[in-house]
Ligand binder design. Structure first.
Ligand code: ASP
Length: 319
């Protein structure tokens, strides 16, 4: 049997363990599990890695626990501007949207941009119009807003007023969702979606919609989806960097990913994490913060989810 594999993240800006109730942590883990199930259902029935990563990301965009879609972060003006991208490792086709203020599931719009094929990245109002024409759901800004994000914005503005932004916790700043997969035909795919970071400047675009930085997939090498300080991911072209280290230096997935997260990005004091899957079905999920919402399904259907150090093994999924 050929290997298939799926890994997801819900951002590395997790809260301190005591910031959320046990019920909220369990809710986040349950939504990670639902995202894995959605993706795995596609992979295990012979579907494509592209469909699997999109399906997994949609579940997390619809969850209030993660910074993407419903429950996304607010910018400095209290507005949601959403970024997302998707990449097909078999053809290197890719699609992305950025600074969308209305698309309910930005990852679906990214996929539609990719399928249309005359652009890789659409921005702002044009991305919103494109989604409407493509028949995708759009929402008023109020749909995306949760109480947690309003509190986080107020907290960050208070940090700015006191001049203590540098000491703000990772959880107050950012988060993202993403998925990577290998399908039974050997194709890799990656998808990432985010609200960016809390109190971000108007019009700021992060790494998540930038192919090669926050999202990258190349058959025969790896698929990568990142989370963390987007500016540093862009400058290090993280997804492409990991693929290049593997392709040119012959490093394995773990060595290449650890080097980037624990050395290159750490050096900038940048909170960062990623999930990646290799062409052989190997899975890594490194992070240099206190934790990262994450989960994966191994080739034989073993399911794992975690937020901090502890990883929970859930009932396995059929292959
Ligand atoms: N990478 C995202 C961005 O910079 C945020 C995050 O993952 O925390 O927009």
């Amino acid at each position: 049997m050929t290997n298939i594999a799926l890994a997801i993240h819900g951002g590395c800006g997790v809260m301190a363990k005591l910031d959320l109730s046990e019920a909220e942590w369990a809710g986040a883990r349950a939504d990670l599990a639902s995202a894995l199930k959605a993706g795995w259902a596609i992979l295990s029935s012979g579907g494509s890695s592209l469909d699997a990563v999109e399906a997994a990301v949609v579940v997390m965009e619809d969850s209030p626990h993660f910074n993407a879609g419903y429950g996304a972060a607010l910018n400095e003006h209290g507005i949601h501007e959403l970024d997302a991208s998707i990449m097909d490792g078999s053809s290197l086709a890719a699609g992305a949207v950025c600074a969308s203020r209305a698309i309910r599931n930005p990852i679906k719009a990214a996929r539609a941009v990719m399928e249309k094929g005359d652009a890789v990245l659409l921005n702002g109002p044009a991305a919103d119009r494109f989604a409407e024409v493509a028949g995708l759901a759009t929402e008023p800004q109020t749909y995306f807003t949760t109480e947690r994000r309003l509190i986080a914005l107020a907290a960050m503005k208070a940090h700015v007023a006191r001049g203590t932004s540098a000491s703000a916790k990772e959880a107050e700043k950012h988060g993202t969702v993403g998925a990577v997969a290998l399908d039974a035909t050997g194709h890799l795919a990656a998808a990432t979606s985010t609200g960016g970071y809390n109190n971000k400047p108007d019009g700021r675009i992060g790494d998540s919609p930038i192919i090669g930085a926050g999202t990258y997939a190349r058959d025969g090498v790896c698929a990568v989806s990142g989370t963390g300080k987007g500016e540093v991911f862009i400058r290090h072209v993280v997804g492409h960097e990991i693929a290049s280290r593997m392709a040119y230096l012959g490093e394995d997935l773990k060595t290449a990913s650890d080097k980037v997260i624990h050395e290159d990005l750490k050096r900038h004091n940048a909170g960062a994490g990623l999930v990646a899957v290799g062409a052989d079905g190997s899975i890594v999920a490194p992070y240099n913060t206190d934790g990262m919402f994450r989960g994966w399904v191994t080739s034989n259907g073993d399911v794992f989810v975690g937020t901090h150090d502890k990883v929970f093994q859930l009932p396995g999924l059929a292959r």
